[in-house]
Design a binder for this molecule. Structure first.
Ligand SMILES: Nc1ncnc2c1ncn2[C@@H]1O[C@H](COP(=O)(O)OP(=O)(O)OP(=O)(O)O)[C@@H](O)[C@H]1O
Length: 303
């Protein structure tokens, strides 16, 4: 998609072709140090077209650092970062966008009081007429936003409503549709379900699957193994900046993934301590104290 109106936020993809097997983005032994702090080390990651690669990890695991490298905010200090099989080192997010790598951050960078359609084109407005009488092409922006949202299966009653009046899940969906429209080939989603309830998380997961089905390579950052397992094709679990697990869906069960996320060994030790404090055998702990059991989604659906 090279004919889209360009702008600060719009991805305008240079002519580039995915590498072997639809491989869009690859990290090889990549890492990043902030001065003396080694935030990420020796990470291998592959993002294929038409697949969802989930990156899981606890606080401080290195997820944000990984996103920042791929989205052009920071540069890696070790290893390699390849796009379409070619080593790259982005200096700005604009360079990543130009290669079709779009990031939807948790705060979404929207203007709450502006209508949905206006936010859809924020920074990449359609115009008509020659300079100096160039004006915003409002009818075309409204019609396009409406069509693009429908293409993703998102039906909103009124695109004139301020985006701030939409639910968190709906806003995430608009942001995903927008990135798809502006030509993203790789979509990085930074904890899109973290602040959402069960139902809204489900809606967002549906659109993640829709983006994947449209051939995008999706990087889904999350704390929540249940959400990851619903849409993921590949799972990479980070712990203290290194890769603790890298497995295709066929190689790992939800239970194993949950265990890796929770730090199975650490939790087993905790459970042992808990049993000692209570003066019982580990097996005798009531089920609600079984810290190694898979965690069911909370009623609020928060992570
Ligand atoms: N700008 C920075 N300067 C120094 N250290 C940093 C910087 N950014 C991150 N770190 C450190 O790097 C490590 C990884 O942080 P990062 O933010 O990537 O983790 P995260 O998995 O995204 O965590 P969270 O889920 O809490 O956001 C942490 O130890 C953090 O303190």
């Amino acid at each position: 998609m090279t004919d889209k109106t360009s702008g600060t936020h719009g991805a305008v993809v240079q002519d580039s072709a995915p590498g072997q097997d639809g491989l869009l983005v690859e990290l090889r032994g990549a890492g990043k140090s902030y001065g003396n702090v080694r935030a990420l080390h020796g990470v291998d990651l592959k993002v294929h077209a038409g697949q969802v690669t989930c990156v899981l990890g606890d606080n401080g695991a290195g997820k944000s650092t990984l996103i920042k490298i791929i989205s052009g905010l920071h540069q890696h200090t070790e290893g390699e970062f390849l796009v379409d099989g070619t080593a790259v080192r982005f200096s700005t997010p604009r360079e990543a966008l130009d290669r079709g790598i779009a990031t939807v951050y948790q705060d979404l960078a929207t203007v709450p009081l502006m209508p949905v359609w206006r936010n859809f084109f924020l920074g990449s407005e359609m115009t008509r007429g020659p300079w100096p009488v160039r004006r915003l092409d409002i009818p075309r922006m409204k019609a396009t936003a409406d069509q693009e949202l429908r293409n993703m299966g998102i039906v909103l009653d009124d695109l004139e409503q301020p985006i701030g009046t939409l639910s968190g899940g709906q806003r995430q969906c608009v942001a995903i549709a927008r990135a798809v429209y502006f030509g993203a080939r790789v979509l990085i989603l930074d904890e899109p379900t973290a602040a959402l309830g069960v139902k809204q998380s489900g809606v967002v997961l549906k659109y993640i699957a829709a983006a994947r089905d449209r051939g995008l390579g999706v990087i889904f950052i999350t704390h929540n193994p249940h959400h990851a397992y619903m849409v993921g094709d590949h799972f990479s679990v980070l712990r203290l900046g290194t890769l603790e697990l890298s497995a295709d869906r066929s190689e790992v069960s939800l239970e194993e993934l949950t265990n890796h996320m929770a730090g199975g060994a650490e939790l087993a030790a905790l459970k042992h301590e808990l049993a000692q404090v209570r003066g019982v055998d580990t097996e005798e702990l009531p089920e609600e104290d079984d810290l190694t059991a898979p965690v069911a989604p909370s009623p609020e659906g928060t992570t």
